[in-house]
Structures are given as C-alpha cells and as structure tokens.
Design a protein around this ligand. Structure first.
Ligand code: PMP
Length: 453
C-alpha cells in the first residue's frame, strides 16, 4: 500500500495541485480556485462539485466527437491489448500506422502523399520546419533556412514552434526566439487596412527583402486560433500566398492543428480557398483528444526528395511515440465516426446558424467589434469603442470578467485577444448550441453594458 494520503476534500485537492502541479501557461493566481474536472458526457463537462459546463471549446479545440464515446474507448482498448507499443522507426512498421496514413491520404489536401506522426501540434510544427530545411539542403540549397510566420499566430510551445508563434508573450522571458524566424502582419480583416491580396503581398515583400535564396518556408494557420482569437482571412489571401510561394520557391506549411478534421466545415480549411500546401500539420481533433497524436503530411515532391537517390542521407528526425499504435487506432476510429455521422457537413450547417444567431444578437452592440467564424469555429471580439476599434484598457480585465460570467452561466471556453472563442464538439446538439449562444449573449450584455455617450 502506498503511504501517500489522497486528498479527500476540494480544498485539499487544490492545495496538492498548488504544491506539486505545473500547468500549461501556469499562473499561480489562477490556481487559487481552479475548476476540478471530473467527467464528461457529450458536450458537457462536470466538476467535482457536480456542476455542469457546456464545453464551448471541445476541451482544448480537440474533442471533436464530444465526451464519453465508447467506440473510441473500445478502439484504444482493442489496440492496447493487441499491441500496446512497438516502434515505427525505419525498418519496422505496423498496421494501425499504415492504415491511418492511407486513410489520411484520402482526406488530405490535394497532392499531400505521405504522413509522419508526432504526439503534439508543437512537435508537428518543429517537424515541418526541420523537414522544410532538410528538403532544401538535400537539393543543394543549404542557405534556405528562414521561416516566415505571421503576427497573431500560435504554432506551439517547443522552442522552434514558439519561435514561429507570432504573439510575443510566448517568447518573452524565455530568451530570444531562435534566429531565422520572421513575422509579417496577419490578414486580420478587422484590424488590417487592406484586402486579402494586399496582406499576402507582405509575404512577397518579406521574401524579397530577405532574399528568396535564404527562405525555406512560410507557415500559417488557415484560421488563426490560439494566438489571434479566430481570425478568418479574407478571400483572395491564401490564393495569392500560394502563387507567391511558388514563384519564389518557398514551401507553404499549413498549420491545420485547430482547423483540421471538419472543424471549419471542410476536412481541412484550405479547401475553402481551393489551394493545397506543401506540408500540412495536424493534431488535436484527429483523435478527438482521447489520446495525443499529431503529425504532418508532405507533398509528393518532398517525399520524392526524402526517398530520392540524391538524398544519400538519413532523415534524422523521429520521436519514441511517433505513430503510437494506440493513438493511430483511436484516430482511425475518430475519422470513421466523423465520416459516418457526416460531421463535416454538420459543422458547416451548425456553424452558419451559430454565427447568424450571434451576429443578430450582438452585431449592433457598441462593445462588440466583430463576430466572425468559419464552420463550427467562431469568435466574438470585444472592444472599448466600436467606432475607433480601440481595445479595452488592461485594468478593465475584460477577459477575466467575461470568463467569470460565462462560467457562472455554465459555459467553459477561452478568451483570446479579447475574443470569446467558440469551438464546441462537432456532435453538439442544436439545443446545446443554442444554449451556448444564449450564454455568450447574456455574458457580453452583462459585462459590457453600453455606456451613455
Ligand atoms: N498549432 C496550432 C495552430 C495550435 O492551435 C496548437 C495548439 N493550440 C499547436 C500548434 C500546438 O499544439 P500542441 O499544444 O498539441 O503542442
């Protein structure tokens, strides 16, 4: 018997947490009264006090199928009892990984041929960056190493991914970003003065300034989520980005970690603009978050170089848990269910209805700058002054006030860049979705009472 005493009261759990657990984006003030999750069912999460919260963010933008799906439990359990782990390092392979790669080929953007698996989105970002550099070096262009990313982007928390991330807080205090990472403005329609093509042309200007012979890749989320608060680019942006990358021999990496697997009403969000990347990265929804899995897909052109005679060198990249059999089995089952329940189409329909409802109720509000979204991914950006688009002063603590009001009404989600982000499970019922909208509307009206001018 262990002599470790298990806490029995909520206060004891909080104290044990405070002493021994470091949290992602740790901040001690937020651990004084944390929610202690206990279980989930459908689109609802419960805490240890028995309170119910609608899961407005699908966990962390990842639980596409909702909580408590026995099919995923059984897929994991079957795989755990057959082959819990065996390596897929060069020279070995296994069926769940092969089947998953084959399945992904069918839904991935056109031209994406082969897949590599990680356990997280951050590792996927690092993998993309290393692969892009490796690709150019193998072709005798070792100077092509720079990575161009965008302001307001989030690509992860490993040092490479954080260097690509375009929100300074993720690098401040950790020393400088790695050399060779640059950021251009985001095509943030609400705050960028210009159309999609003008925003894309900033990429061309940056490539020309740096010298195309030094630039390996451009990395972008189709919809900026964790750093920007659901920023949907204007039409014309990604089409022009593709042209620019092609004309300067720069690889285009699409970070579809949030937007992949139906979230925006397409399997992958770039389909909205009819273009394909050279590398696509994914994570989160591929397993509905039940077990960790991420990865990248690469075009035939990159695969040819990896396989080609000119590359007499091994691709020195891999993780112990790459292509973990249990994660691959859960991913296969997740994709089967997304298909069977037609959740991609459902996200498009339900997302349209949610956006329509939020726009109708809040579109006029003097403190709502913009209601935006794509598929079942929506954002409501709050501003101090709708006319000037001025942000709230930090002392107003808009995010923590909103969070408190949302939680008090039974909705869990995150507020990023003063934007309430919504990405509920793709299986959320219409009733729950309409309740989510009611709560957001009510919380905004409570926190941001119009001031008389
Ligand atoms: N890329 C994007 C677009 C993301 O949203 C995230 C996570 N929010 C990541 C990368 C990093 O993924 P992870 O947290 O799994 O490392």
């Amino acid at each position: 018997m262990s002599d470790i005493k298990r806490p029995t009261t909520a206060a004891a759990w909080v104290e044990a947490d405070r002493l021994h657990l470091l949290h992602p984006q740790h901040h001690p003030s937020e651990q004084q009264n944390p929610i202690i999750w206990s279980r989930g069912e459908g689109a609802t999460l419960y805490d240890t006090e028995g309170r119910a919260y609608l899961d407005g963010l699908s966990g962390m933008w990842n639980v596409h199928l909702g909580h408590g799906r026995w099919e995923l439990v059984e897929a994991a359990s079957r795989q755990l009892s057959t082959l819990a782990f065996a390596t897929a390092y060069a020279g070995a392979t296994h069926e769940p990984a092969i089947r998953l790669a084959e399945r992904l080929k069918k839904i991935a953007p056109a031209g994406i041929e082969s897949f590599f698996f990680t356990t997280s989105g951050s590792e996927a970002t690092d993998t993309s960056i290393r692969t892009a550099r490796w690709f150019w070096r193998a072709q005798g262009k070792p100077a092509k190493t720079k990575i161009i990313a965008r302001e307001w982007s989030y690509h992860g928390s490993t040092i490479g991914a954080a260097s690509a991330t375009g929100v300074d807080e993720f690098s401040e205090g950790f020393g400088p970003r790695l050399p060779g990472f640059l950021h251009i403005p985001s095509p943030y329609p609400y705050r960028f003065d210009g159309d999609g093509e003008a925003a894309a042309d900033l990429l061309e200007a940056a490539i020309l300034r740096e010298g195309p012979e030094t630039v390996a890749a451009f990395i972008a989320e189709p919809v900026q989520g964790g750093g920007g608060g659901v920023i949907v680019p204007p039409d014309g942006y990604f089409e022009r980005i593709r042209e620019i990358c092609d004309s300067h021999d720069v690889l285009f990496i699409a970070d579809e970690v949030i937007t992949g697997f139906g979230r925006t009403g397409k399997w992958f969000a770039l389909e909205h603009w009819g273009i394909a990347p050279d590398i696509v990265q994914f994570a989160k929804g591929i397993t509905s978050g039940y077990v960790p899995l991420g990865g990248i897909g690469i075009s035939a052109r990159i695969k040819d170089v990896l396989d080609g005679a000119e590359s007499d060198r091994r691709w020195w990249h891999g993780f112990t848990a790459s292509a973990h059999p249990v994660a691959c089995a859960v991913a296969l089952e997740t994709l089967r269910i997304i298909d069977e329940e037609r959740l991609v189409e459902r996200a498009a329909g339900q997302g349209g209805a949610l956006l329509g409802r939020l726009r109708e109720a809040l579109g006029w509000h003097p403190h709502v700058g913009e209601v935006r979204g794509l598929g079942l991914l929506a954002g409501v950006e709050l501003v101090a002054d709708r006319r000037t688009r001025a942000r709230f002063a930090p002392e107003f603590r808009i995010a923590s006030k909103l969070r408190a009001e949302l939680l008090a009404r039974g909705l869990y989600t995150r507020i990023v860049n003063d934007t309430i982000c919504l990405a509920p499970p793709l299986t959320t019922t219409d009733t729950d979705l309409s309740r989510i909208a009611d709560i957001v509307i009510d919380a905004v009206e409570t926190v941001c009472r119009p001031t008389k001018s």
